[in-house]
Write a protein that binds this ligand. Structure first.
Ligand SMILES: C[S@@+](CC[C@H](N)C(=O)[O-])C[C@H]1O[C@@H](n2cnc3c(N)ncnc32)[C@H](O)[C@@H]1O
Length: 312
């Protein structure tokens, strides 16, 4: 018998360690304007830092790092010169891919297998959704026994505390409890001596939790979504952004804003200028890019959120 949380943790590790298949695509792989938009905000946040560090959690194929560094090298050469870019990722296979892709930024990019003391920005795109969750319903927790679902006593007293603190105690539905998200957030706060924490991911806040009566855990395989995840799939859960805000306060992380990706992109001059330029262009490549920007704004724009926290 194994808790769903432990099972998910094992599956996610296996998934990113094995012959990593492309069962999903992420925003930076869709279009460079996503990374450039983040880079624009990074430039604004870190312009007064003498030697800022950027730490990306979960670097994937290295696409996001590539776009951010390309933008900063071209548009913010002063900042580019002063900064160091770090990636924290548990997949040796992906780190290898990142090293190859980012070799053009010689001497700028470094890898670490744990968080470390730094000043600057810790950020991630589609990282927190990989962290395993305890699945709870009616005071019981989901376990698996020979592949069958079994509901048992809660495995950890912190789950009960979480439900109380978040006001979820009376909910008559599946609730996912990401204690790993709390631990990670604590690690971010303890290591960030000065600066910001930025999270981009698909997720919800407490006011929307009842929209997911069966929870949000899904598995992806070959671009298809499965409500009952099984081995060999990329298993994820929507991120509870209210958790990140609430527990962030305990650790000295003050939320500056939380908005959906659409509003974040539309508040980025670089994005709106690009959108306007592509709308007026008749070049086939631009027409294709325009449709990708629309995907970012419309489908991803609604489900994805952006949270910015400042270290107090
Ligand atoms: C869905 S990919 C996102 C990649 C990239 N940020 C992007 O936007 O394309 C998740 C990444 O996080 C890494 N990852 C997932 N869980 C992790 C963990 N617990 N510790 C370290 N890295 C993890 C994976 O290896 C992978 O590189």
């Amino acid at each position: 018998m194994i808790s769903f949380r432990d099972w998910m943790s094992e599956r996610v590790r296996e998934y990113y360690r094995s012959d990593f298949r492309r069962d999903f695509f992420t925003a930076p792989e869709l279009d460079r304007v996503f990374g450039y938009s983040l880079a624009y905000h990074i430039g604004e946040l870190l312009k007064d830092y003498e030697e800022p560090y950027l730490l990306e959690l979960g670097g994937g194929s290295g696409a996001l790092a590539y776009d951010i560094l390309t933008y900063l090298r071209e548009r913010e050469p002063g900042l580019y010169k002063r900064l160091r870019y770090y990636i924290y990722d548990f997949s040796p296979e992906l780190v290898e891919l990142q090293r190859k892709r980012l070799s053009v930024f010689e001497g700028k990019v470094f890898w670490r297998d744990r968080l470390f003391h730094m000043r600057g920005l810790i950020f991630s795109n589609e990282f927190f959704d990989c962290l395993p969750v305890h699945v709870v319903r009616g005071g019981k927790e989901l376990f698996l026994e020979s592949g069958k679902e079994v509901w048992r006593e809660l495995s950890n007293p912190s789950i009960e505390e979480f439900l109380k603190r978040m006001g979820y105690g009376g909910l008559n539905q599946v609730v996912e409890v990401c204690l790993d998200c709390v631990d990670l957030l604590k690690g971010v706060a303890e290591n960030l001596k000065e600066g910001y924490h930025l999270v981009v991911d698909y997720g919800y806040t407490s006011k929307d939790i009842t929209k997911f009566p069966q929870g949000t855990v899904v598995g992806y395989r070959s671009h298809r979504v499965y409500n009952k995840p099984s081995e060999g799939m990329d298993i994820t859960a929507h991120v509870n952004f209210s958790l990140l805000e609430e527990y962030g306060k305990d650790f000295g992380l003050l939320s500056l804003y939380i908005k959906n990706l659409r509003d974040f992109l539309l508040s980025t001059p670089l994005f709106t200028e690009e959108l306007q330029r592509l709308t007026l262009s008749e070049a086939p490549e631009d027409i294709e890019r325009l449709s990708r920007l629309k995907t970012l704004l419309l489908s991803m724009g609604e489900t994805f959120k952006v949270l910015l926290q400042k270290r107090l």
